[in-house]
Design a protein around this ligand. Structure first.
Ligand code: UDP
Ligand code: MG
Length: 336
């Protein structure tokens, strides 16, 4: 298959008033970057307005457009996944439909990718225009808490606006989980990822499609998808409680020995302390198992190979081969 040099992937939910300007600006930016060799993939995420009709009209007039209509509203991250699955470019730009992320930055992002030989150039928000103080504060807090509880280094203040290489995208597509936090998953795959600072603009039209309830859901997907810290809570509490209970027991026994206690108090206190600590300990133990079960259940690949050097290269495709083998089909027929 002949891949276009660039795919631009856009999830759209009730964005009818943005689509025309969006299409014009993306097409202009793409043309400036790669000539005619690009595709624009618009994913209609079960919009309730006229987005699909507008998309069909645009697609009829422009052969660069590929429009996908999902069966219902599946949510931002799944709509984006659908677009990423179906796009075919050598480089992939992910961008929001509301033009908060200026498509004109494509040229600079491609330059950074080429200069630094990067697989992912992720856009970091320096400023956010036209968003409520509440949104900015909660977003800032969210990224910092997430950073503390997860083992995957997920970049701060970074949305899904990013440029990816085909091999990074292929690696990303091997992650099978259902609850998807895409910016974290892309961070997880590794390879060479570099930041790109930009100022986030105001929405072109319409209003945010992320009301509070969706934001909370999104944050929970991120936390639970990239950390088992909440499950470990009981372990931590249990550990502190055992320590504190030990000291308290000494105090209770001493009071009893000195004779200053009401009858029954000593045994009652010892029992309560002992049972509390034991329960937390066992809960924590269950949490540890559950956390591991959860990680197993996600069935992520164990590792991804970036490069292989040396003459035994062909045999190395026996391991994880999708990323390497796909580009190299004619050179090294896959061994499995
Ligand atoms: N979006 C989507 N499905 C949804 C919600 C949002 O495809 O259920 C798209 C939306 O059209 C936009 C992007 O996801 O292109 C980000 O949404 P939005 O701009 O409303 O979020 P905000 O920038 O306010 O965080
Ligand atoms: Mg937006």
């Amino acid at each position: 298959m002949q891949r276009p040099r660039l795919s631009v992937v856009v999830p759209c939910y009730n964005e009818e008033s943005c689509l025309e300007v969006l299409h014009a600006r993306i097409a202009a930016a793409a043309r400036a970057a790669v000539g005619e060799d690009f595709e624009i993939v618009l994913v209609n995420d079960g919009s309730r307005d006229n987005s699909w009709a507008v998309m069909q009209r645009l697609a009829a007039a422009d052969p660069h457009l590929v429009c996908i209509n999902l069966s219902r509203n599946h949510g931002h991250q799944l709509a984006l996944t659908a677009g990423l699955d179906l796009c075919s470019g050598e480089q992939i730009l992910i961008i929001d439909a509301d033009l908060q992320d200026p498509p004109e930055l494509l040229a600079d992002m491609r330059a950074v990718m080429a200069e630094q030989d990067a697989d992912v150039v992720y856009a970091v928000r320096r400023k956010r225009e036209g968003e409520s103080l509440f949104k900015k504060l909660t977003a800032a807090a969210f990224y910092r808490v997430l950073d503390r509880v997860t083992d995957t280094p997920i970049p701060l203040d970074t949305g899904d606006f990013r440029l990816m290489s085909r091999r990074a995208l292929d690696a990303f597509l091997t992650l099978p989980e259902q609850a998807r936090f895409i910016r974290g998953m892309v961070a997880w795959i590794g390879f060479r990822q570099v930041p790109f600072l930009y100022d986030r603009a105001e929405r072109h039209a319409g209003e945010t499609k992320y009301p509070l309830a969706k934001m909370i859901r999104f944050a929970l997907d991120a936390m639970t998808g990239f950390s088992t810290a909440p499950l470990r809570l009981a372990s931590h509490i249990g550990m502190w409680l055992v320590g504190a209970a030990g000291l308290l027991m000494l105090y209770i026994l001493a009071s009893w020995a000195l004779g200053g206690t009401v009858a029954g108090w000593t045994s009652l206190m010892l029992l309560v302390l002992f049972l509390g600590a034991a329960q937390m300990f066992v809960l924590g133990l269950i949490g540890e198992y559950l956390g591991r079960l959860y990680i197993e259940a996600k069935r992520r690949p164990l590792y991804l190979v970036a490069d292989i050097a040396g003459t035994a290269r062909g045999h190395a495709t026996l391991g994880y081969n999708a990323v390497e083998a796909r580009d190299q089909d004619d050179v090294h027929p896959p061994l499995v």
